[in-house]
Design a binder for this molecule. Structure first.
Ligand SMILES: [Zn+2]
Length: 376
């Protein structure tokens, strides 16, 4: 109770809305400084930092260096330019973010035809694969000397595990109202497997899909889960195979969300549900944070609003039967990191309540339950 009171006061002092975004919308990358020549040619180089040992066990999720792929050498990081909006096909767009963070260019534009905000230019699919398999994908906090303002992804994914587990239990209760266990459930972007572990405990038959091999290996070694390593756009999901398909915040990171959503639709059984969360760039907090909004990140290709996601779902054959503000559980430290509040983060660390997990109304995240209309 005392912890909750302290946290509440801190939030009021900050004058911020309590919010939090689903996990898979943020990614981590560390780049070297670009030379002017590289900048002209749109080339970014990536390297993995030193192999610092993880801290003690409170990190929760520990990925050994051996589990991380070999992104240890400096590599060119390819980018590509989109000629048109991936949602409406229009060619006209206006910039909404155009800046650099630690040398990484971040340029997002807004389609004048449909309002979709998307990154352009962006990483190629091959570069994105490297990015999701790099060590710093999991924890950017250790070597980032610039503080929260220069974070490009997860400060440390492991510290959020307790929040993920409690959120999973809450979401599974919601899902069971539509499709109770036993049933076949796929999670796209299954990360370290916490949600799938909870789903299996609840009685679902589960499988995962993730672009990150270290995450998939972790899910397999710790929980004995089966996770395919591939992108949802390319992976041949079995047709009409799943009763429930979940994706928690990951769609903004799909390179081709139209192709990915169509794949999901084909893989749902008749009467099955696609349950997911997505960011909302038109939320009040997103507007307040402006260009500091966490979604403006090299690994996020599309920043949806309620209306643009609705349009994307409609054109790929889905009807949304639930659209509501997301609710999650998160640690106090994670929330303040997301809000980029360095002062308050130091304060809660001093109070020793950084890891306290609290319920959160995620004001920039939308929870949806969808059905494939062609199957019903
Ligand atoms: Zn458009």
């Amino acid at each position: 109770m005392a912890t909750a009171a302290v946290v509440g006061c801190l939030m009021l002092l900050a004058g911020m809305n309590f919010m939090f975004l689903s996990l898979f919308g943020q990614f981590v990358v560390r780049t070297s400084r670009r030379s002017s020549a590289e900048a002209e040619h749109g080339v970014v180089r990536i390297h993995r930092g030193g192999s610092k040992a993880l801290g003690p066990c409170e990190r929760g999720v520990q990925l050994s260096e051996g589990q991380v792929s070999n992104v240890s050498m400096v590599k060119p990081w390819e980018r590509e330019a989109l000629s048109h909006c991936p949602l409406c096909g229009g060619v006209d767009a206006v910039p909404v973010v155009d800046r650099r963070v630690r040398g990484v260019p971040l340029r997002f534009v807004k389609s004048t035809g449909c309002g979709l905000v998307y990154q352009n230019p962006r990483l190629t699919l091959g570069a994105a694969r490297e990015y999701f398999n790099s060590t710093t994908f999991f924890r950017d906090g250790e070597d980032n000397e610039g503080g929260l303002e220069s974070l490009l992804g997860y400060p440390d994914y492991g510290v959020s595990e307790l929040g993920v587990r409690r959120t999973a239990a809450y979401r599974l209760r919601r899902i069971s109202a539509f499709v109770p266990p036993p049933a076949r459930l796929l999670e796209i972007g299954s990360a370290t497997g916490v949600f799938l572990d909870e789903a299996r405990l609840a009685g679902y038959e589960v499988r995962g899909l993730d672009l990150s091999a270290p995450f998939a290996e972790r899910a397999g070694s710790v929980y004995g889960l089966e996770v395919d390593v591939a992108s949802v756009e390319d992976f041949p999901l079995p047709e009409r195979a799943y009763d429930v398909i979940c994706c928690w915040g990951g769609i903004p990171c799909w390179h081709d969300f139209v192709k990915g959503l169509a794949n999901v639709g084909r893989s749902l059984k008749s009467g099955g549900v696609f349950v997911m969360t997505h960011s909302n760039i038109e939320s009040l907090l997103a507007r307040v944070l402006g260009s500091r909004y966490f979604e403006f990140n090299p690994g996020v290709f599309t920043v949806f609003s309620v209306s643009t996601m609705s349009r994307a779902l409609d054109m790929t054959g889905f009807d949304s039967i639930v659209v509501e503000t997301d609710r999650q559980f998160a640690s106090v430290g994670w929330i303040l990191t997301y809000l980029r509040s360095t002062f308050l983060l130091r304060a809660v660390r001093a109070l020793g309540i950084e890891k306290a997990v609290v319920p959160v109304v995620a004001l920039t995240s939308v929870f949806r339950v969808c059905r494939n209309r062609s199957h019903d």
